[in-house]
Design a protein around this ligand. Sequence first.
Ligand code: AKG
Ligand code: FE2
Length: 353
Amino acid sequence: MSESQERGSPELFMALIRTESTFEEIPVIDIQDARSNDPVARRKLADLIRDACINVGFFYIQSHGIPDEIIDNTINGAKEFFALPERAKMELDIRKTPNYKGYTALLGENTDSTGRGDLHEGFDIGWEDVEVDSATVIDGSSLPRDGAMVGQNVWPADLPGFKEKTLEYYHKVVRVGQLLFPLFALALDLPEDFFADKTTRPAAIMRLLHYPPQSPTSSETDPEGQQIGIGAHTDYECFTILWQDRAGGLQVQNTAGKWVDAVPIPGTFVVNLGDQFARWTNDIFKSTMHRVINRSGHERYSIPLFFGTDYDVLLEPIPTFVTPESPSKYEVITAGEYVKSRLDATYAHSSAV
Ligand SMILES: O=C(O)CCC(=O)C(=O)O
Ligand SMILES: [Fe+2]
């Protein structure tokens, strides 16, 4: 390693970007060693994550430790929720809440501003305490307290167990996210606890999503084909942990502009980076464009959980990534303001209540 390529230098990161940087596949990474006490094992895992973050912006994780039963319970709850009469769901209309909690109807969002509305319905929640069982009460001392985006969750009145099941899953995945933050820091050659004081009040938004099937034969040149499950976009936070069912339809754009299928792999979650990491690293970590088109002929369900920093944290580039050759690309803004501005744009086309 030359002197100019010491660990932590932008030159090293640039050198790690493959000359042929366009990807055709999304790597699968076993995160068992995230829990290891051996720093060498954690370092090796962080190196795999770094490669995926620089070159793809997406990877699958195995050995996440969340039992199938908990996922199944949540999905069954989601199916019951979305099967409620439209009137009951609209009582929880996301546009009635100050900070985007609750129900979004079909076409309520327009994630790609050039699109005609997204063909999915969704249900959004943020941090909330839950008594998982009498021995495990999730401690709310880290509850978000201030900043743009903080607000109460809303829940359907007549769906017994839905709230508890959904929150149990939420808290399990939040723990996986908390396991990943130190690995991302290591991957950036920063101290493992770099994000610890920036993620004290988990700014973690979770969505239950339901995509009705679209015609399997529609193409992007006809009007129906242009209306898709979720329009091409990047995510707004640091990273997302996504569970998807077997229907498929998630696609990730490589640097040549080609859409690569993120095929469902049983037992895994998809992790993708969002704009906050792109901003911290001045685009060395990639916030990769993605979209969903459900041409499976089946209903599709998925659950993204978006991990941001605390809403009052300034999104400033880490000094290592700003050099005279690669000046800072982004204006400095708080994480909360950034997320809220992107959500405002996503919902702008649907009339306020
Ligand atoms: O449903 C999916 O697979 C992806 C959802 C997504 O990209 C999002 O909600 O930001
Ligand atoms: Fe997304």
